[in-house]
Design a protein around this ligand. Sequence first.
Ligand SMILES: Nc1ncnc2c1ncn2[C@@H]1O[C@H](COP(=O)(O)OP(=O)(O)O)[C@@H](O)[C@H]1O
Ligand SMILES: [Mg+2]
Length: 526
Amino acid sequence: MTLSLGHVARLGRAGTVFAREGVLALIDPRPLPPAMRLALRVARLIERPTGAGAAVRLSAALTQLGPTYVKLGQFLATRPDVVGVALARDLESLQDKMVPFPQAEAESAVAAALGRPVRAVFASFGPAVAAASIAQVHRAEIATAQGRLPVAVKLLRPGIERRFRADLDTLDFAARRAERHSAEARRLRMVEAVDTLRRSVAIEMDFRLEAAAISEMAENTRDDTKFRVPAVDWDLTAKDVLTLEWVDGTPLSDRAALEAKGFDLTRLARALMQSFLRHAMRDGFFHADMHPGNFFVDDHGRLIAVDFGIMGRLGPKERRFLAEILHGFITRNYHRTAEVHFEAGYVPPQHSVESFAQAIRAIGEPIHNRPAEDISMAKLLTLLFEVTGLFDMRTRPELLLLQKTMVVVEGVARSFDPKLDMWATAEPVVREWIERNLGPAGRLEDATEGAIELGKTLAGLPALLGRAAHLAEQLDIITRNGLVLAPETVAAIGAAEARRNRWMTAALWVIAAAVAWFVWMGYRAM
Ligand SMILES: Nc1ncnc2c1ncn2[C@@H]1O[C@H](COP(=O)(O)OP(=O)(O)O)[C@@H](O)[C@H]1O
Ligand SMILES: [Mg+2]
């Protein structure tokens, strides 16, 4: 009982901050039961007058509530499937910046973690250069036979684990109550979301894991010419201290400095995008927090990444899926792209490859007629996942992280070169993958496919009859699967709408209409 009182008190505080900062004003009261609507109106009485937009109000409130809520906000920004696209976008701008904890505390934390006084370990130990909700980073020096070597020391915020545990217990308490009383909360699987956050934060708070991620990526990228990672000093690394080679480069976030040093921004944009795609496709292991604050450019123009707390992994199946999807869109082979979804088992087999290919064509073709700078690979992936939803496909979490990272990478790349051609940028990486993995075997597959096609064409003669038969078959399949505005389709569109996802809803309607139109045209042609 006292325990839940503690939770209720903490939730009350969170509610008060949300109300005061005007976050509650962002809630649409119409779908709420009358009692909740009244509560909302009462709570809004303490609202501070503000002309600020949603993003600003949200980040003011979350920053005031502390590290756990900032992390929660960042986590929800990666889950548009849960909070809707609009809110996810507002949360994206949330900056994880905090006041550094005092130098004395930092030094005693290092001493406690390494079992030796700071003076015994480091030749110098400077003030914090950056501070965020989980950690802060200091520049220090170690004495070596060759002289002093600068290092970066990342320190866990003292007491942060206890604080996270308390806050997450409260959020879990709230999520469980909500799921007990509300179907919407159950649909959003709130308890599970809190649990996921808890696990990802636990990983981020163990710096031995971050060190291991850096070391794994160092091995993967040993031969990459445009990308590298700092070396780990394992002797000076523990659960709450991470010591790395000091990266002496120009921050990717400092555009003026990059320009002043004469770096070719277009090449940097390409290198960033290609590194990301290569790591995802070739290694199945990618940096999943690719905002410019986490990258430096060295004097050779190489990208150096820091901050390996959040990493993405793709299994062989997902890597192949990504490569073939991009290959399919680049070469406009929609049938192949559709097949990949079935081969990967992402779309239940009762659906037809042809109708799925048609839906994918409806995404791909309009894009190919647009100028390069209008094409967004991230949007394409997003759209693809929404369409696959129409075919009962559930988006896999690892692909969601990939897509989310793609949005960030593309945003950064475009900020450097607004005219960046995503296809031309991706093509060499995709080709590299196809050649390495499908090589002669891939070509063999193509040849067999060609033979089958030829056989089909011959068997289907006379041509007209063949075409009619094909269309009839397709129509049959489509209606059997209930693709064209079947209840499922409408429900999917409705669900997207409910999430106030206007852009996506419009796109889905356009695709549904396009598919219907294709079928109707096919019907008339018979
Ligand atoms: N090896 C390094 N060399 C130089 N600066 C670093 C290094 N590692 C981190 N930093 C600086 O510290 C900041 C915060 O480190 P980061 O690992 O990104 O922590 P957080 O997880 O809190 O974002 C980075 O944005 C960068 O400016
Ligand atoms: Mg960072």
